[in-house]
Design a protein around this ligand. Structure first.
Ligand code: SF4
Length: 387
């Protein structure tokens, strides 16, 4: 069995908790083609593929980061559904050596609707070393997820196929593009935990619209939902955990030879705007620290969440969106200042962690890939539901 059953370990905890080192996550927009229309999706389906020269430069860029002692923790191959992509097998040969060098969490996005898993499974087995952990982000339609038995059954069937045929450790998380669905997201999230032992990440895909007013309106609406949640509500985990995507963790977006810093609001965002653009990793620090000046004289300057928003590049995002007021679910974050990581504390013991051990499969000590250990699965769910 390859599927990690206790994905709550991964999903509930924070990069700063789980990676006591400086780490980078790369979101690579390199895939073209997708035949699905997930609600709230603003991904560009074409024009993402790099040419050979751009791939070589991108790999040099990653080498430079790694040579500074920074862990290449995660690489996301996107932005389209990899099973429905037209160029997956053309693109990946350019990246395989770099992936195997770093053995990161290698993440793919898919609806799992297409019946094309077999060639991918074979490709993984042949090309990617076993210390690389595979993550599958399953993009969902929330209405089908809640109401159509066949929809959930298809996902379960595909996950079983992966579990039976992939040798790597595999985790999966559901992805829901942020939009005003008028749903009770807490119930939806609980359903994912109960039925699939994993969480739902809320994805601000709208940031790809390149329309700041549309992004702002969508985020404002979502904040309204989060701001009235009671303290400690389970769905809060990622956004109000102020160390998630925090100070030692930088996320970079890549497309066609260009790199941008990724702001984090609910999840990592893709904003292809000059305010986030970097030419070299040396640019990260001055852009980050420019936020203190940007915050001066505004609500952010004296806000108790400034350090969290600074680390998540939210002050830059605020300026990109063209306002100088709060754009985050501030009430919720303040309500949860001291109870954000209780689950993480109980779940992890990171003694003897080193970046080298990480490359050599350290995380395996936390994985549970056996359905029969119901007691342990129940323990993890108990931790989740009592925190
Ligand atoms: S964006 Fe909101 S929560 Fe963040 S520092 Fe500014 S006022 Fe505080």
């Amino acid at each position: 069995m390859s599927i990690i059953k206790n994905n709550l370990y991964h999903a509930l905890t924070t990069e700063t908790k789980t990676k006591p080192v400086s780490a980078v996550k790369l979101q690579l927009d390199v895939l073209d083609g997708c035949k699905h229309k997930c609600p709230g999706c603003f991904v560009h389906r074409r024009g993402n593929a790099s040419d050979e020269h751009q791939f070589k430069d991108a790999i040099k860029f990653v080498d430079d980061i790694s040579s500074r002692g920074i862990l290449i923790d995660e690489i996301i191959i996107g932005p389209t559904d990899f099973l429905s992509s037209e160029n997956f097998y053309d693109v990946m040969p350019h990246l395989v050596d770099m992936i195997n060098e770093h053995s990161p969490i290698l993440a793919f996005i898919t609806t799992l609707i297409d019946d094309k898993l077999e060639p991918w499974v074979k490709w993984l087995g042949k090309n990617i070393n076993l210390n690389t952990e595979i993550e599958i982000g399953i993009a969902i339609d929330p209405f089908k997820f809640q109401n159509q038995i066949n929809y959930a059954e298809n996902i379960k069937r595909k996950l079983k196929y992966i579990s039976d045929n992939v040798e790597h450790d595999v985790v999966y998380t559901f992805l829901l593009n942020i939009k005003d669905y008028g749903l009770d997201y807490k119930n939806l999230h609980d359903q994912a935990v109960k039925e699939f032992t994993t969480t739902i990440d809320f994805i601000p895909s709208v940031s790809r619209s390149a329309k700041p007013h549309v992004t702002l309106a969508t985020i404002d609406k979502f904040n309204e939902y989060f701001d009235i949640l009671a303290a400690g509500t389970r769905i809060n985990n990622i956004m109000v955990d102020h160390s998630h995507a925090g100070m030692n963790y930088t996320v970079l977006n890549y497309k066609k030879g260009n790199w941008w810093l990724s702001p984090f609001l609910y999840e990592n965002m893709v904003v292809e705007d000059d305010i986030f653009k970097i030419e070299s990793f040396d640019d990260v620090e001055p852009i980050m620290s420019s936020q203190f000046n940007r915050a001066k004289g505004t609500e952010c300057e004296t806000c108790p969440m400034l350090f969290s928003c600074y680390n998540r590049k939210i002050i830059l995002l605020r300026d990109y969106l063209g306002v100088d007021r709060c754009i985050a679910p501030k009430e919720n974050m303040i309500n949860n200042l001291f109870n954000y990581d209780s689950a993480a504390k109980e779940m992890y013991n990171w003694s003897e962690y080193t970046p080298e051990a990480d490359k050599n499969g350290y995380r395996k000590k936390f994985t549970l890939a056996d359905d029969t250990d119901q007691e342990e699965l129940d323990r993890i769910k108990d931790i989740f539901f009592t925190n």
